[in-house]
Design a binder for this molecule. Structure first.
Ligand SMILES: NC(=O)c1ccc[n+]([C@@H]2O[C@H](COP(=O)([O-])OP(=O)(O)OC[C@H]3O[C@@H](n4cnc5c(N)ncnc54)[C@H](O)[C@@H]3O)[C@@H](O)[C@H]2O)c1
Length: 356
């Protein structure tokens, strides 16, 4: 039984009216900007739990942009007729979801159900922002969409991984039971301007540490791999998926794979920092490898990443320099003395700690 939500009829124009939940977040703000640039009307819903109003500050005066402060765990207020819904609301960085485990589970389950109800009532196409974390610590490499994952229901990442798996299941249930046009995108590690310097993701951590001249923190030996895509490529993939006839799930990510140690060294090079690398214990359940198989996206969406890691990082580093501004005093200065794990000492690919 669908919960009735009043729809304000406004008639259908040539542009679409599009709801973006989590629109004040890192990815959501780029999506809102791109949809507005394509001439659509955008309603951004966010509770600013991990997002920042400054991400959409440049859009607030746009005549086709509406910002709605709302927690999607609660049913949404009456809205004008919607054509598309992108559902991105959810904490996304490990520190953010581990600080708020119940909120993370609720927004991806209860919140997703409310937004799917809205999609059903409005007859709007719905895209769910899922994640490569549904593959957990994968036993298959690279990961294709058929792989069912290796996820702990009770581990330290379970509140996010299982919440996203539940969100996918709800999405497909609404497609089957209520014939909602649904799409599921499995997003792999994404970076770019507007990342929150303090939210603890690997790319932002490394760049901020490098620019501040403090040690780049690598967990374990840094041999675990990740693949990093630039945000513009992700937005392109999400829009193509929404406008395709393919309900998904579809991996959207950049298959260039780096060990975390290689990646830290690349950031050191691109920021020209003298900051050393510091090794810390590996957290439980940290995935050992991650690389998307993007054959499906190439085949059904004609999509593949276009922005090279070096070009994307250059734009991101420029953003962080501006964002951190006055904080960036004494880059390459004052390091504490850090001791390397025994197996690292003497390795030429490891930067030894220094005291300046
Ligand atoms: N960035 C990545 O690398 C990545 C990777 C995989 C999946 N994703 C998914 O993409 C989406 C966006 O991620 P992001 O990197 O932009 O994270 P983000 O934290 O910057 O953005 C998420 C936004 O959702 C909002 N939000 C959270 N709970 C809400 C609620 N209950 N009601 C309304 N708004 C709420 C936050 O305030 C924030 O603005 C998330 O669903 C995330 O799981 C991101």
């Amino acid at each position: 039984m669908l919960v009735e939500s009043p729809v304000v009829p406004t008639g259908q124009g040539s542009t679409m009216r599009i709801l973006v939940t989590g629109g004040a977040g890192f990815v959501g703000s780029h999506l809102c900007e791109r949809l507005l640039a394509e001439g659509h009307e955008v309603i951004c819903v966010d509770n600013l739990s991990t997002g920042r109003l400054q991400n959409v500050a440049g859009l607030l005066d746009h005549p086709s942009f509406t910002y709605l402060a709302h927690d999607v765990v609660e049913p949404l207020p009456p809205l004008p007729r919607l054509d598309r819904i992108y559902h991105l609301a959810s904490p996304a960085s490990p520190p953010a979801y581990q600080r708020n485990p119940i909120a993370t589970l609720r927004v991806n389950s209860e919140g997703t159900r409310h937004v799917l109800e809205l999609a059903a009532v409005h007859d709007a196409s719905f895209l769910y922002a899922s994640t490569s974390e549904v593959y957990g610590d994968p036993l298959e490499h690279p990961q294709c969409e058929e792989y069912r994952g290796n996820v702990s229901t009770v581990g330290p990442r379970s509140m996010y991984d299982e919440a996203k798996r539940c969100g996918e299941a709800l999405t497909i249930a609404y497609a089957r039971e209520h014939e909602v046009e649904t799409r599921i995108v499995r997003i792999f590690n994404t970076y770019g301007p507007r990342m929150d310097p303090n939210d603890g993701r690997v790319v932002s951590n490394f760049i901020v540490q490098a620019l501040r001249g403090t040690p780049l923190t690598v967990y374990g030996a840094g041999s675990q791999t990740r693949s990093f895509q630039y945000v513009d490529d992700l937005i392109d993939g999400m829009i193509r998926l929404m406008e395709s006839a393919h309900c998904g799930p579809v991996n959207i990510g950049n298959p260039s794979e780096y060990t975390i140690l290689q990646f830290a060294q690349l950031i050191r090079e691109l920021t020209a920092t003298a900051a050393p690398i510091e090794f810390l214990p590996l957290p439980a359940d940290d995935p050992k490898q991650r690389r998307p198989d993007i054959t499906l996206a190439q085949t059904v969406l004609g999509w593949e990443p276009r922005v090279s890691v070096r070009a994307g990082l250059a734009a991101t580093i420029a953003y962080f320099k501006e964002e951190l501004g006055a904080d960036l005093v004494a880059a390459n200065g004052h390091h504490r003395n850090y001791s390397l794990p025994a197996h690292m000492i003497g390795r030429r690919d490891v930067i030894q700690s220094t005291v300046n």
